[in-house]
Design a protein around this ligand. Structure first.
Ligand code: SAM
Length: 296
């Protein structure tokens, strides 16, 4: 169908799992059969021509590379967790960003990967096994139910929050409106669903802000809707400010920023769903950890 045709013109992205192999060695290996370039934004991401089919490639099978899109790969990179930190991945399955965090942290420190859905916990565990990461602790449960004051989270310094969203930035979803079934009833259903998602997204982001030692939070969606993106961020800003957080600018060289709907939205990052690109959104909150700057 249409989505297949579209899919053929999309460049293929692969993220190198630097826990298992370095970027140069992967490039050397892939160059035997493919045209390979380094992505200009994410250091461990490679770009290959449309139609490159790597699903059965041995580097994929043994977890040395992950078939992970550019949007998805920018999220953990925006968080910039340091080796040795404790990091919480709030909504983690199937775990692509979780294992990216592990790679960025060079396998050191600890990652707590929280996931509500039992079936998806299994996929998360498979992804973790494939990645070779040994510092990820899976927690099957509701992120909103975690007590930020619990001693087990006392050292958490960064949170990646990639909650359930409408997925309206992904190609298949954008083609849905071309189908005849998109009646007035469906439209109504869609707006109710968006509203429910946004309620959860706001709660989850407010919850993330309340963890005492956290100094970096990334909020991301693969949605193009303002209600799931800028509106979620602006609704928690007063709370964020009261905890000492500010909006920071992930990937400052990136052109497309948030919709200009509130002061500070220029810090936000958007990708437009045009031609070969997915639609997605990233917000980065940071605060200066007083323990690191005893003189200030
Ligand atoms: N970050 C993942 C990745 O890159 O592979 C994708 C995450 S997906 C967009 C959102 C996930 O959040 C789903 O697996 C969903 O089951 C989970 N989820 C939804 N509500 C949750 C909650 N209250 N607590 C924890 N996980 C939740």
């Amino acid at each position: 169908g249409v989505s297949q045709l579209k899919g053929q013109s999309k460049p293929r992205y692969v993220r190198v799992n630097t826990l298992k192999m370095d970027v140069d060695s992967v490039v050397q290996e892939l160059e035997k059969h493919y045209k390979v370039q380094r992505d200009e934004t994410v250091p461990d991401l490679l770009v290959m021509p449309p139609g490159s089919d790597l699903h059965a490639h041995h580097l994929v099978k043994n977890g040395r590379i992950f078939l992970q899109g550019k949007a998805s790969s920018m999220v953990a990179a925006a968080l910039q967790p340091e080796a040795g930190w404790e990091v919480l991945d709030a909504c983690s399955a199937p775990g692509n960003k979780t294992v990216h965090l592990a790679a960025l942290m060079k396998g050191q420190g600890k990652i707590i990967a929280c996931e509500l859905n039992q079936e998806r916990v299994k996929r998360l565990e498979q992804t973790i096994n494939l990645s070779g990461a040994t510092n990820i602790e899976v927690f099957h449960g509701d992120f909103l139910g975690l007590n930020p004051k619990d001693p087990s989270f006392a050292k958490v310094r960064a949170i990646l929050l990639d909650p359930s969203c409408s997925g309206s930035g992904t190609i298949t979803d954008r083609l849905d409106h071309l189908l005849p079934s998109h009646s007035a009833d469906n439209m109504n259903y869609d707006s109710m669903r968006l509203h429910q998602l946004a309620v959860f997204q706001k709660k989850a982001l407010a919850h993330a802000l309340s963890f005492p030692q956290v100094e970096r939070i990334v909020y991301s969606t693969c949605s193009i809707h303002q209600i799931e993106n800028e509106d979620v961020v602006s609704s928690v800003l007063p709370l964020a400010t009261s905890f000492g957080f500010k909006l920071a600018t992930p990937f400052p060289q990136w052109q497309r920023r948030g919709l200009p709907v509130f002061a500070g939205s220029e810090h936000l990052l958007r990708m437009d769903p045009v031609e070969d690109k997915e639609g997605f959104f990233i917000a980065l909150f940071t605060k200066t950890n007083k323990l690191d700057n005893p003189k200030s």
